[in-house]
Ligand binder design. Structure first.
Ligand code: NDP
Ligand code: 8X3
Length: 255
């Protein structure tokens, strides 16, 4: 496949694990300079060291909480380079309780990260893209942004919001050459479920038991493909599930 990405600067939020980390690896392999963010500073410096040893690319890191709007503003003020590709990936699910039983703090964490954090970064990065008439914003949505399921009242709402934000952002930038896309995965085995179940690893493992889930690399390959299309091609959304999954609750498991 033709590489149209070499030399581009890519900002990835939530690059300390899972899909964001795989995106960092695959975009570095494609010759992109990276700016990686997340809260875990130790992981960011480890990842930066590993990728700079392996690939001839520049890697910058910034550790901050995407829920903190001032921290986001300070981070963007430090950026020297123009961002060619923004991958809005940082996000989480907390809990699977029904609406009448769920924890308010869990709701705040999801809304503040998945919706407000993504919006803040987009608000801060998109003006320069618009001014340069060039750039690509790729949001990580979810099948939960296409189908609401029980126990996912707020997580599904946040991912439906990501779908709406993607569509409105595309329309707000209509007439410019800035591209806006989304990738919407089903079950991907990362740290996602451990975090959703507040650290209960057995419960997290049971989500993927006997069903051959997607990997973070599967999704990063699709993000890379989306970014690597010719400049006149804008993929709006890619909905992707493991073959053993047909909807949020239809998951085939081997005995
Ligand atoms: P991981 O838990 O492995 O990665 C989540 C990333 O988000 C981490 O790098 C984490 O960094 C970062 N993050 C979370 N909260 C914050 C915060 N407040 N401030 C800054 N960074 C934050 O999960 P995934 O890789 O699976 O998830 C990535 C995205 O993919 C999420 O948006 C998720 O909703 C979405 N997704 C996941 C699916 C799955 O089944 N796994 C399926 C569909 C979509 P740190 O902890 O260092 O801050
Ligand atoms: C993560 C996939 O099915 O847990 O977005 O909502 S699911």
């Amino acid at each position: 496949m033709k590489n149209r990405l070499k030399g581009k600067t890519v900002l990835i939020t939530g690059a300390t694990s899972g899909i964001g980390l795989s995106c960092a690896e695959q975009f570095a392999k494609a010759g992109c300079d990276l700016i990686l963010t997340g809260r875990r500073e130790d992981r960011l410096s480890e990842i930066s060291d590993q990728l700079s040893d392996k690939f001839e690319v520049l890697i910058g890191t910034a550790a901050f909480d995407i829920r903190d709007r001032n921290a986001c503003k300070q981070f963007v003020e430090t950026l020297d380079d123009d961002i060619d590709i923004l991958i809005n990936n940082a996000g989480l699910a907390r809990g699977t309780d029904p609406v009448f039983d769920a924890d308010f703090d869990d709701w705040d964490a999801m809304i503040d990260t998945n919706v407000k954090g993504l919006l803040t970064i987009t608000r801060l990065i998109s003006p320069k893209m618009k001014a340069r008439n060039s750039g690509h914003i790729i949001n990580i949505g979810s099948t939960a942004g296409h189908e609401a399921y029980p126990g996912g009242v707020v997580y599904c709402a946040t991912k439906h919001a990501v779908k709406a934000i993607t569509e409105s952002t595309k329309k707000d930038l209509h007439g410019t050459k800035v591209r806006v896309s989304m990738v919407s995965p089903g079950l991907v085995e990362t740290e996602f479920s451990v975090i959703r179940f507040h650290g209960d690893k057995d419960k997290a493992d049971s989500v993927y038991k006997g069903m051959d889930p997607l990997t973070a690399d599967d999704i990063a390959e699709i993000v890379l493909f989306t970014a690597n299309r010719p400049e006149h091609v804008n993929i709006m959304d890619t909905i992707v599930m493991p073959v053993n999954q047909s909807s949020a609750q239809m998951v085939h498991r081997d005995e």
